[in-house]
Design a protein around this ligand. Structure first.
Ligand code: FAD
Length: 576
């Protein structure tokens, strides 16, 4: 089977079987358009399944004063004015329909006694507008979408890794990839391609993503196809990720642990939040708590392993069992640690890519004809800080819109030009990686890259650190040429790791270069050498390759929305 090349043709190819890819595929199927979804991991196990807290829409089921305009204002305010107001409008105005679609597919939302969808507070929202299903909202959404896709007989190819998009004269005509189990190749011809392959948070040492996901694949695929990246430097860090075990480093300890009364201490036993936010202490906002933990560790008051302590052991055991069962279970499973008696060692963890592939607000077209991007792979909604619960709704809203746009694009094609040269290039690339007999192993290089990003582009950055990070990245890029790949009879995972690394290196360079150019502190992006917000940097930084960074102006916030923007207290409204 090894050298077999499958040839498939479809109208629309969707790369990624998370919430965004599945929602787009459902839209296509409901419109009678032929679609194929491919994903490098099992469809039931996309990253979307990890989402816990909830999904936003101004349904006003709990607070009658809520409106999409207020949701838009809260989103723009939280994004420090780097979101595109047109994108924000599309998502917030379309959110109720996104929820209705999920209901139609059978999503088991939590409900009030009278049948209304329950909604709760999430940080920095003016009203209760987050719908949920226990603390397994993402898992339920993923299940619901997988079931709906199955009803519509959407074709899904699990375990197929896409290595390159096929493009001729700035028009996409498909993608190339390989089967992770038997190494056979796939040439997939398509009128349109939707990139729904997630973000790049796995390029940090600690991340809430799991191994081998969010490695920046969407970023590399888009850039090599002629697309661009917007604000790759804008990455949200969550305050509490686990340190151990190494292969699960960064796994989230829910913010509910602080919400229920958990206390943060440094290695000296000091309750350090009194230095950073004496009023709200541990209930301060996510970015402040992350910055506080980071500062304690950086200034030498952290644990020997580079963490701080999160302690809930003073809480009654019954409270922990009732209110924090998942945290209790996770720590037992991963560390054999009983949180009812012992503090948890934590450190900030990379959690969400606010930046991503540059897309048009109206249809998420990338500028490469026929190529669209959605979900965490895309950009434009979250600016410099994501409002909790907004990413899941983005998947639903733009999944539908992009499915519709790709369907129309496919229907409007009179003919399609392919390119044997582009195909040969894609094939040669995989052949070359397989044939390389270099001495470098992929895993150590991945680890080195994650160390560089953690040390030089973590919660706080500065020019000297970013320059030094770019220097070290160049060494890793050189090492990449020396990689030897060793697929075995069991799988072609090693080949996948090599391509993961290729993608991560592109994502890292875009991030470091944009972080260096953003000489200000704004939202998630802290520059110790530029501690203030610079109004002249109220722009998006658009990266199209090494050393190529352009400033792009952002349209003004419409007057009616601007009047609704106000400071919203996040106290007591912790989120994931
Ligand atoms: C712990 C946690 C909690 C969260 N909680 C919330 C929450 O409460 N509310 C909220 O709004 N958001 C939350 N988020 C964020 C949200 O879950 C994600 O942003 C969202 O699910 C991303 O969905 P997606 O469809 O863009 O991509 P993903 O779900 O990441 O799917 C990406 C898909 O692309 C495939 N893929 C990637 N590369 C390739 C390749 N080269 N070839 C083929 N396939 C590829 C993968 O296999 C996968 O199927 C949370 C995130 C985490 C980690």
């Amino acid at each position: 089977m090894k050298n077999r090349e499958h040839r498939i043709a479809t109208s629309v190819l969707v790369i990624g079987a998370g919430g965004s890819g599945l929602r787009a595929a459902i839209e296509l199927a409901e419109r009678g358009v032929d679609a194929l979804v491919v994903s490098k991991r099992a469809k039931s196990d996309a990253h979307t399944a990890l989402a816990a807290g909830g999904i936003n829409a101004a349904l006003a089921t709990m607070d009658r004063g809520d409106s999409w305009q207020q949701h838009a204002a809260d989103t723009l305010k939280e994004g420090y004015l780097l979101s595109d107001p047109r994108t924000v409008r599309i998502v917030t105005e379309g959110a109720a329909r996104g929820i209705a679609d999920l209901e139609r597919y059978g999503m088991p939302f939590a409900r009030e006694d009278d049948g209304r969808i329950s909604q709760r507070y999430f940080g920095a929202h003016t009203f209760r507008r987050t719908a949920f299903a226990g603390d397994y909202t993402g898992l339920e959404i993923q299940r619901t979408l997988v079931n709906r896709a199955a009803q519509l007989q959407v074709a899904i190819l699990d375990n197929v890794y896409v290595t390159r998009l096929l493009v001729r004269d700035n028009v996409v005509f498909g993608a190339y990839g390989f089967d992770l189990e038997d190494g056979s190749r796939y040439i997939i011809h398509a009128d349109a391609v939707i990139l729904a392959a997630g973000g790049h948070t796995r390029i940090w040492r600690r991340t809430s993503s799991r191994r081998d996901e969010n490695t920046g694949d969407a970023f590399r695929l888009a850039v090599e196809a002629g697309g661009r990246l917007r604000d790759a430097e804008l990455v949200q860090f969550h305050p509490s990720g686990l340190l151990e075990p190494e292969d699960a480093a960064g796994t989230l300890v829910s913010e509910a642990a602080r919400g229920e009364g958990g206390i943060l201490r440094n290695a000296l036993g000091e309750r350090f939040m009194s230095r950073y936010d004496p009023e709200r202490m541990e209930l301060s906002t996510r970015d402040r708590v992350a910055l506080a933990c980071y500062t304690e560790i950086k200034e030498g008051r952290g644990t020997p392993d580079g963490g701080v302590w999160l302690d809930v052991s003073h809480l009654p055991r019954a409270t922990i069992m009732r209110r924090l069962p998942r945290v209790y279970q996770t720590l037992l499973e991963l560390q054999m640690l009983d949180i009812t008696t012992t503090p948890i060692e934590i450190a900030p963890t990379a959690h969400y890519s606010m930046g991503g592939v540059w897309v048009r607000p109206e249809d998420h077209g990338t500028g490469v004809e026929g190529l669209y991007a959605i979900g965490e792979a895309a950009s434009g909604l979250h600016g410099a800080n994501r409002l909790g619960g907004n990413s899941l709704i983005e998947l639903l809203v733009y999944g539908r819109i992009v499915g519709e746009a790709a369907a129309a694009y496919s229907a409007g094609r009179d003919s399609q030009q392919r390119s044997a040269t582009a195909l040969a290039k894609a094939r040669d690339e995989v052949d070359q990686v397989l044939a390389a007999k270099g001495q470098e192993n992929v895993r150590p290089l991945q680890r080195a890259l994650r160390n560089v990003m953690t040390e030089h582009a973590g919660v706080v950055r500065d020019e000297a650190g970013l320059d030094s990070g770019l220097g070290k990245l160049a060494e890793i890029e050189a090492g990449l040429a020396e990689v030897g790949v060793h697929p075995d009879i069991a799988s072609f995972q090693d080949l996948a790791h090599a391509f993961d690394l290729k993608a991560s290196v592109v994502a890292a360079r875009a991030t470091l270069e944009a972080a260096r150019a953003r000489r200000e502190t704004r939202g998630c992006h802290n520059r110790s050498d530029y501690p203030a917000l610079d109004p002249s940097l109220g722009v998006n930084l658009v990266w199209s390759g090494p050393g190529q960074l352009a400033r792009e102006p952002i349209p003004p916030v419409p007057e009616d929305i601007a009047t609704l923007m106000h400071e919203v207290s996040a106290a007591g409204k912790l989120v994931e």
